[in-house]
Every structure is written in C-alpha cells, then in structure tokens.
Design a protein around this ligand. Structure first.
Ligand code: MRU
Length: 342
C-alpha cells in the first residue's frame, strides 16, 4: 500500500502527487507553511488526505513556537492552512478539531500541548484508514459481480491516509471475491484518473482501463458498466455532492442509462450546515492547467479559460452515499442526519 503521508521526526513526509506516475518522490514539510504550500500545490490532494495533512500542519504549528507566541502561531497556522483550498470541507473539519483540542489545553506546559497535538494528528491518520475500511465493508455489497466499475478522479489511498473511499469500496469488493474491473476517467485537466487512479489500481493488480472523460457516455450506454463510484469533497445537507469537475456529467449519463451512481465519503465530508450544494464554494484553479500539458501549450496564447476544480451533482442523481456508519439513501436530508446523530 502506498504511503500518502506520514508523521516522522523529520517532519510531515508526503508522496509528491504532482510527479506521479513518472517519479516516486517524497517531500518533507518542516513547518505548517510548507504543509500549506504542499496542499495548495497539489503535492497532496483528495479531501481526507488534505484533512490529515492540515491536522499534521497544526501539530507542526505548535512544534515550532515558543511559549509566548504559541497562541498567535496556532491562530496563524489555522488561517494559513484554511486559505489553501476552499471546497473540501475535511480541511476545515480537521483544523477545527485541532483548534478545539488546543483550546482545551491552553495554559498547560508547552511540551504537553505539543505532544497532545501530535498524538491527535497521528490518531486522525489512523482513524482515516479505519474509516475507509469500514466504508469498504458497507459498500462492497453494492458493487455488481462480473461487471465494470467506472470511477472519476482519484478517491483512493492517495486521496486519503490509506485504502481510499471509492477505491476502498472497490478494494473491499475485490477482497470479497468479486470479479470486477475498473474504468478510470482520466480527469482533465489535472489528470488524477490517468496519473493516480490507474497507477494505484495497477499496483494492486486490479484490472484497470483508462478512458478519456468524453468516453464516459459511450461506455455507460454500452451495458458494460455495472455502477459508478466516486468520492466527494463536500456533501450538503440535502445530499448534493461536490466532487471533481466532470462528476456531474457522469452522474447524469449514469441516470440516463440506468446505471447506479454511488458516492463514498466519510462523515467528515458532510456539511449539514449547508441546505444545498448551491452554497458549496467551488475552487477556481489556474488557466495554465487547461492551456498547457506538462508545460507544453495545447491552446492558442491568450484564449479565455474557465477552470472550476469541482462541480455539484444534485442529490437526485445519487443512488446511495456510502459512509463508515452505513449507507444513506434518499431522502438524504433525513438519512444523512440520522447517520450523524447516530
Ligand atoms: O483536486 P483534488 O485532486 O483534490 O480533487 C479530489 C477529488 O475530487 C476526490 O474525488 C475527492 O476529494 C474525494 S477523495 C477520497
């Protein structure tokens, strides 16, 4: 299994996802500013992985500060990390969890505070893997045996502390003996599907076929695809799902062709404070991601560009949402709340 992120005595070590699959290179972040830089620069990406990185960044915030400046440093760490990427709510969830712990510890000896924040960040890493495995157990039954599963972007081990959300469900289905293969949409413009999902699944020996995003409709119509499974960056209270740009098109095409469309996401991806997906902030990324491929221009200079990194799939297209606490189905305003309250 790939190690996406690790807490070490040298700092927070991340597998550089901008360089996969050509190179397996690790980046060491020694303070929260470097962690923020890594999140913004997509060295680490994927909602749960960003959350774990932010928690570790907050722990580094305490590690670097002297007692007199600890309060100010922790505030600055939280602000800096929160300003990296706006859509995945796991980032803000993780920062809040670390801030709450710090608030409870304020006034204690600095060494004790540092140790507790480090222990919490490491615990969040461990919990994320366990959560993904639980999601796999709940979701594996949804995957039809002997069929192809279509996924979009990368919701795998690389997008989490390990095992993955959508790819975790696929891994659990394979482990349960189901004969499935995966179609990975390449996911323009950042190519998470081509560069990361295909790489990760091939490492596990799960049969994987790469398709370009505009082939999704053709294959959904063909009858080969048994279901679609994707991850999520934020899910509103009514079940609307923000995920990688292109997810909405896949969901509509899945519905048109009678193919179930599943979302796998931890409870920390739910944002029940939002009534609908209309309120989810959508990150706009640099035009160069669209106009250039690996530094080479593929569009005329000066062309106008839009580059929203995420879209929102209305809840009516979502057949089920798999979480670590079970599977939610429509009406999501009731089922999601029930999962959260317990
Ligand atoms: O821009 P990215 O690569 O961070 O976007 C990632 C996604 O959209 C994933 O599908 C989502 O975060 C779920 S990851 C388990």
């Amino acid at each position: 299994m790939v190690e996406t992120i690790q807490w070490t005595t040298q700092g927070v070590v991340m597998l550089d996802q901008t360089r996969l699959p050509r190179e397996t290179v690790f980046v060491t972040c020694r303070d929260y500013r470097e962690v923020a830089q890594a999140i913004r620069g997509m060295v680490i990406r994927g909602a749960p992985a960003i959350g774990v990185a932010a928690a570790m960044g907050m722990a580094l915030g305490a590690a670097g500060a002297d007692p007199a400046s600890l309060d100010a440093e922790m505030d600055h760490a939280a602000e800096t990390l929160a300003a990296t990427r706006p859509t995945a709510v796991n980032l803000f969830w993780a920062i809040e969890r670390m801030k709450e712990l710090y608030g409870r510890l304020r006034g204690r000896p600095v060494e004790e505070i540092r140790a507790a924040l480090e222990a919490e960040a490491r615990e969040m890493y461990r919990q994320d893997i366990a959560i993904n495995q639980a999601m796999g157990r709940h979701g594996a039954g949804l995957v039809p045996d002997g069929k192809t599963v279509l996924t979009h972007c990368n919701a795998g081990a690389l997008a989490t502390a390990g095992f993955g959300t959508a790819l975790g469900v696929i891994r659990a289905a394979v482990a349960a003996g189901k004969k499935i293969d995966v179609f990975a949409g390449e996911t323009r413009p950042f190519l998470q599907g081509a560069r990361l999902t295909a790489w990760e699944l091939m490492q596990d020996g799960i049969p994987t076929t790469l398709i370009t995003d505009n082939m999704a409709g053709h294959f959904l119509k063909s009858g080969r695809i048994g279901c679609v499974i994707v991850g999520a960056d934020r899910i509103a209270g009514n079940g609307d799902v923000a995920n990688k740009i292109g997810t909405y098109s896949v969901a509509v095409l899945a519905r048109e062709n009678g193919v179930p469309f599943y979302v796998a996401a931890p409870i920390s991806t739910l944002d029940l404070s939002l009534a609908s997906g209309d309120a989810i902030p959508i990150e706009q990324r640099p035009a160069a991601e669209v106009t250039h491929l690996f530094g080479v221009a593929v569009a005329p200079e000066g062309v106008a560009v839009e580059n929203p990194a995420f879209d929102v799939t209305p809840a009516r297209y979502v057949s089920a949402i798999v979480t670590e606490r079970g599977v939610a189905r429509a009406p999501y305003s009731e089922s999601l709340r029930k999962l959260v309250v317990g």
